[in-house]
Each structure stands twice: as C-alpha cells, then as structure tokens.
Design a protein around this ligand. Structure first.
Ligand code: HEM
Length: 230
C-alpha cells in the first residue's frame, strides 16, 4: 500500500498511470468505432450487437467499472501533473519558443476536458436516453442514433468532439511510447506515423456516423425491439 501511494505521488508514477489508462482508452475507441460501422448494416445488426454486448451483465459491468476507473485516474493524474508543472513555474516563460510542438500538444488539456463533457453527454443521450433522443427505445441503437444525431447542433458537437479526440490521440499515443521509454526524444512530429494513423482512422471513422445521419444515409427502419415484442 505504501509502495502504491509512493508510486502515485511521484511524477513518473502519474505519467505511467496516464500511459496505461490511455492504452485502455485507445483499445476501447478502436473497438467502439469498429462496432459503430454496423450502423451501415441497419437496425437489426445494431440491435444484435447491443444484445451481444449484454451477453453477460457481470462482465459488462466489470468492463464498465474498468473504463470508468481508467477515465477517472487519467483525468486526475492529468490535473495533478498540470498543477505540479504550474507550481514549478508560476511566472511562465517570458519568451516561449518550443522546438517541437504541435496543435495536438497545445490543445491536449482543453481537448481532454471537452472529451469528458462529450462522454457524459453521450452516455446520458445514447445509453440512458435522458437527453437529445426523441422516442428513445432501449436496445435500439440504430434508431436512437438516427433520431438523436438528426439535430445538427448535436451532430456538430459530435463532430467537434471527434476532432478533439483525433488531436488527443495523436499527441497521446505518441506520449505513451515516450513515457514507457519505447522511443527517443526530439523526434520530428511529422515522423509519428503510427500515432497519426491511429488519430486519423479513429476520428474519421467515428465522424462518419453523424455525417451520414446528417446526409440522410440511414433510412427510417421499424424498431427491432417493438417487432420482437409482437
Ligand atoms: C460518432 C461517435 C460515436 C457514436 C456514433 C457512438 C455510438 C454509441 C452507441 C450506439 C452506444 C450504445 C451501445 C448500446 O447501448 O448498445 C454507445 C455507447 C457508449 N459510447 Fe459511444 N459512440 C461514439 C463515440 C464515442 C466516444 C468517442 C467514446 C469515448 C471516448 C464513447 C464512449 C461510449 C461509452 C462509454 C458508451 C456506453 C457503453 C455502455 O453502455 O457500457 N463513444 N456509443
């Protein structure tokens, strides 16, 4: 226990926690984005997918607990590291000319806050149906997404959040390999090809759904849930 608290108190400990929880997040978004493509197969496929995720409720709740814990630890470590770095340099630099920086690095903190807001809204909207989905039907994600994202403000928020996710992943997946000591420092940002590929594929892959809804690509389909009940 003492070792764990010593580890968490150290700056490198918090960075390792950020890296490990970040890897969990990267794995989750790649899986989630792939699953979302079932939207193009229709309401039945999305319904089957929703049922598949609920094959074992204890497993689903265990996965949810790991994800929630990962998000909390990731955000808490980020906040504490930010406070530490501010305390170490309360005045700020008179002239700051970073040698290697990217838009992604400069927006990592605010982008992270935007993503937190997105995740809370997304769960309230799509999992619980409390906001932003007219006629929410539990276990009918196709029609819930179709009806929820037809609102251009909500679809726009999703697309903005996916841009933030892309930037976050670009900087974050590079930071992971640096923290875990897999890559040397001072590499040119444009050479981070794997990080760039992950960021572009995930952001564009997710964004296709709100864009396709706005473009009217998903026709109205009878709900598989009400069809089953009859
Ligand atoms: C355009 C982007 C996205 C779409 C269309 C989308 C779609 C969905 C759908 C349909 C569900 C409900 C699945 C079900 O209940 O069967 C869901 C749940 C969820 N999504 Fe997303 N998602 C998107 C982006 C994201 C992102 C970027 C994250 C996190 C970084 C995320 C995190 C979650 C979580 C945590 C759940 C709840 C899972 C659960 O019920 O345990 N989503 N999403």
């Amino acid at each position: 226990m003492a070792y764990l608290s010593q580890f968490w108190d150290s700056t490198i400990g918090k960075k390792i926690v950020m890296a490990v929880t970040g890897i969990i997040g990267i794995g989750f978004v790649i899986g989630h984005m792939s699953g979302n493509f079932l939207m193009f197969k229709g309401a039945g496929a999305m319904h089957e997918y929703a049922l598949l995720l609920r094959t074992s409720m204890p497993v689903l709740y265990a996965v949810r607990a790991v994800l929630v814990l990962a998000v909390i630890l990731h955000a808490l470590a980020a906040y504490q590291l930010t406070m530490r770095s501010r305390a170490a340099r309360p005045e700020g630099y008179v002239k700051l000319e970073p040698q290697v920086t990217t838009l992604a690095a400069r927006t990592i903190r605010w982008g992270g806050v935007l993503l937190l807001v997105f995740i809370v809204f997304h769960i309230l909207q799509i999992t619980l149906g409390w906001v932003g989905v007219p006629d929410f039907v539990h276990l009918d994600p196709y029609n819930n997404l179709r009806n929820g994202l037809r609102n251009p403000l909500i679809a726009g928020f999703y697309i903005l959040a996916m841009a933030a996710l892309g930037l976050h992943l670009y900087h974050g997946s590079w930071a992971v390999v640096r923290t875990l000591g897999v890559a040397r420092s001072a590499q040119h940002p444009l050479k981070r090809r794997v990080a760039l590929a992950i960021a572009v594929v995930v952001a564009v892959g997710f964004a296709t759904i709100p864009i396709a809804v706005l473009a009217g690509a998903f026709p109205e389909e009878p709900s598989p849930v009400t069809a089953e009940a009859h």
